[in-house]
Write a protein that binds this ligand. Structure first.
Ligand code: NAD
Length: 328
């Protein structure tokens, strides 16, 4: 590609990714499969890495998530809610492992978790009481969806200890609830949701909490906002155990490994097991366990350097809609 062609391609990729991002994040109605979005984003990242002068200030590679919806109060996150870097194959994972070991040395423990395909949420507790729930929004400012989140049964309204804490996790719609919801919508002639992720996002961003209450949503908490050292914790896995103890629902398929061979085996296992789960996952998240090592590695503006999301190859969107058995 010559320079002019490259500039045109960058402009085209920015335009397409903004359009697709708006449909996905704001309207909750994606117009292309995630794999297409990810492929275009990857192409843009690769061009920008080689040509930093072609980075648009509002490039989708610089931002987390979408715009903030009107109708909800805004919440400024105490700690930014970042996205995750992506890996699509073993080579990407080995590169990640190399980068990590270059900084922290050879003694690394990774926590592998299922990547739940829902909507990121932040839950704030004061003296053990649930006081505010928010979406990720643009990573810095989210939407206040406290009333909707209070309708989700797996979110404790009071913790088992009177601590002030922020929990972060994924709110999702189980597969069965999604199928039933779309079946009911089809009967009423309403537009169908493309997948459980968009159905969960659409449900949480309703102004009437009765709608969210009727949608059978659930949650998995996967992190603590800020550093768990204030609670005497030294690692991410300890934080998850503590969150469990406080009464949150965490995902118990998480495992700890010390090398990429074991991480790959876990990924292969879940690539096979994925259809048997009652909720959608779109990959595996790999996190450096030690808080000290996480701090050494730090973050970029958009993603932590101590974590990466392995994304499963495409399935979904259109097939999910077409697979609904309307006779059930
Ligand atoms: P991401 O989905 O790649 O990863 C970050 C998110 O993973 C976090 O915000 C968190 O909510 C979630 N997550 C789930 N389980 C987790 C766990 N155990 N630990 C930590 N995080 C966990 O990044 P993103 O910035 O949310 O958005 C990109 C996603 O949205 C991609 O999957 C992309 O394909 C999709 N997208 C699709 C379209 C489209 O048009 N189809 C448009 C925009 C974005």
């Amino acid at each position: 590609m010559d320079r002019v062609q490259l500039e045109n391609r960058v402009a085209e990729l920015n335009k397409l990714l903004h359009e697709y991002g708006h449909a996905y994040y704001v309207l909750d109605q994606p117009i292309v499969p995630d794999a297409i979005y990810d492929q275009l984003l990857h192409e843009l990242i690769a061009i920008e890495e080689e040509n930093p002068d072609l980075i648009f200030p509002d490039s989708p590679t610089r931002r987390v998530g979408g715009e903030i919806l009107t109708g909800f109060n805004k919440v400024t996150h105490q700690y930014p809610m970042l996205s995750l870097g992506n890996a699509f194959n073993e080579e990407d994972l080995n590169d990640f492992d190399r980068r990590v070991r270059q900084v922290v040395g050879d003694q690394v423990t990774y926590v592998c978790e299922l990547k739940i395909d829902g909507l990121a949420i932040s839950l704030r507790y004061e003296d053990g009481l649930f006081v505010q729930g928010a979406t990720r929004g643009n990573g810095t400012v989210g939407e206040d969806i406290t009333e909707n989140l209070k309708t989700v049964h797996s979110i404790p309204l009071r913790l088992k200890e009177p601590v002030s804490i922020e929990a972060r996790g994924e709110c999702y719609m189980p597969k069965r609830s999604f199928t039933n919801l779309n079946k009911m919508r089809a009967e009423k002639g309403d537009e169908l949701f493309a997948n459980p992720r968009n159905a969960a996002a659409g449900s949480l961003r309703q102004l009437d909490p009765k709608v969210a209450a009727s949608r059978n949503l659930s949650t998995f908490i996967y992190a603590m906002g800020g550093n768990g050292e204030a609670y005497g914790l030294e690692s991410h896995s300890e934080a998850l155990d503590y969150m469990d103890h406080l009464g949150f629902q965490t995902n118990h398929e998480r495992r700890k490994f010390t090398n990429m061979r074991e991480v790959m085996a876990y990924i292969e296992e879940w690539t096979e097991q994925r259809p048997t789960l009652p909720y959608e996952i779109d990959g595996i998240v790999i996190k450096v366990d030690s808080y000290n090592q996480q701090e050494e590695l730090g973050n970029t503006v958009k993603v932590p350097r101590w974590s990466i999301a392995y994304k499963f190859p495409a399935e979904e969107v259109v097939t999910t809609v077409l697979d609904i058995d309307l006779t059930v």
